[in-house]
Design a binder for this molecule. Structure first.
Ligand SMILES: [Zn+2]
Length: 280
């Protein structure tokens, strides 16, 4: 029996790493403030996931199953802005299939407001959450109805891709990205990242099938017995083979997450008029 796997976006380790490294992309003027709060921004990177089981309405903010609306790119019938989406689809529909790209725009506006008010506690909290949601947008399986391979006989692939592979291989990743750049049109850029993730879904699923076929069911899993409990894990050989054929995809999506999170924080600060923040 395969142990049920909770789907949570990037695993906790990846979320923390993304938020932490995004701090180091920030230019002068903003860097000192974030660096002073880097530990909170790192630790709180996973708060949004932890809220999912206790706060009603939190879970849909982490994904958007775009193939409910359109089967192929581009997503030219899905509204960029929430007001248009809500008049086109019902709130129930939007919440059922996920609201991440719209919610991220809303959280971005909240961050601008926090900067304008120089509300330092809120800046830190909102930045940590926004970093989380934007990182989730970069995970291909957060953009599809088949988010855990449950529709194609590949259940378990969600946490394999975003947690297990990261855990195994992250130490070899080059996650240094350049300095954060200002983004003028945040909503469009958010949708661009969302579309990039969706474009990768087919490869994520197809390559897992291919490697599974080559390795066979016996090689794919390793069984661990603990008393009366039997747990089935993806084997190291399988993880390595899958990671190889993904050809750097997990690393690239992590890099893009870091670069984007830094750029969006920075843009919110610029849009708020570059307020000078106390560092203590
Ligand atoms: Zn999440």
């Amino acid at each position: 029996m395969l142990v049920p796997l909770v789907t949570q976006g990037w695993g906790f380790q990846a979320h923390k790493k993304i938020n932490r490294l995004a701090v180091f992309t920030l230019p002068k003027g903003l860097f000192a403030f974030y660096k002073a709060h880097v530990d909170e921004i790192t630790e709180w990177a996973v708060k949004a996931d932890q809220r999912k089981s206790v706060v009603k309405g939190e879970a849909p903010k982490h994904y958007c199953d775009l193939d409910h609306y359109e089967k192929v790119l581009p997503f030219d019938t899905v509204p960029v802005y929430w007001e248009n989406a809500i008049s086109k689809y019902s709130l129930d529909t939007l919440e059922e299939y996920g609201t991440n790209p719209w919610n991220s725009q809303y959280v971005y506006q909240k961050l601008i407001a926090a900067f304008e008010q120089k509300n330092e506690e809120q800046i830190v909290k909102i930045s940590a959450d926004l970093g989380h949601y934007l990182a989730d947008i970069h995970v291909p399986l957060h953009s599809t109805l088949n988010y855990d391979g449950q529709l194609s006989g590949q259940r378990g692939i969600h946490s394999l891709w975003e947690t297990k592979l990261v855990k195994h291989f992250v130490d070899d990743y080059n996650l240094l990205v350049g300095k954060a750049q200002y983004i003028k049109h945040i909503p469009e850029k958010i949708w661009e990242r969302q579309a990039q993730s969706f474009a990768l879904v087919d490869s994520v699923l197809y390559l897992e099938k291919l490697v599974s076929k080559n390795i066979g069911a016996r090689g794919k899993y390793q069984i661990e017995k603990n008393g009366s409990q039997t747990r089935k894990y993806y084997s190291n050989v399988f993880c390595e083979a899958y990671h190889n054929v993904l050809n750097g995809m997990v690393e690239r999506r992590m890099r893009h997450s870091i670069e984007f999170v830094g750029a969006v924080w920075y843009s919110a600060w610029v849009d708020a008029g570059k307020p000078k923040l106390d560092v203590y």
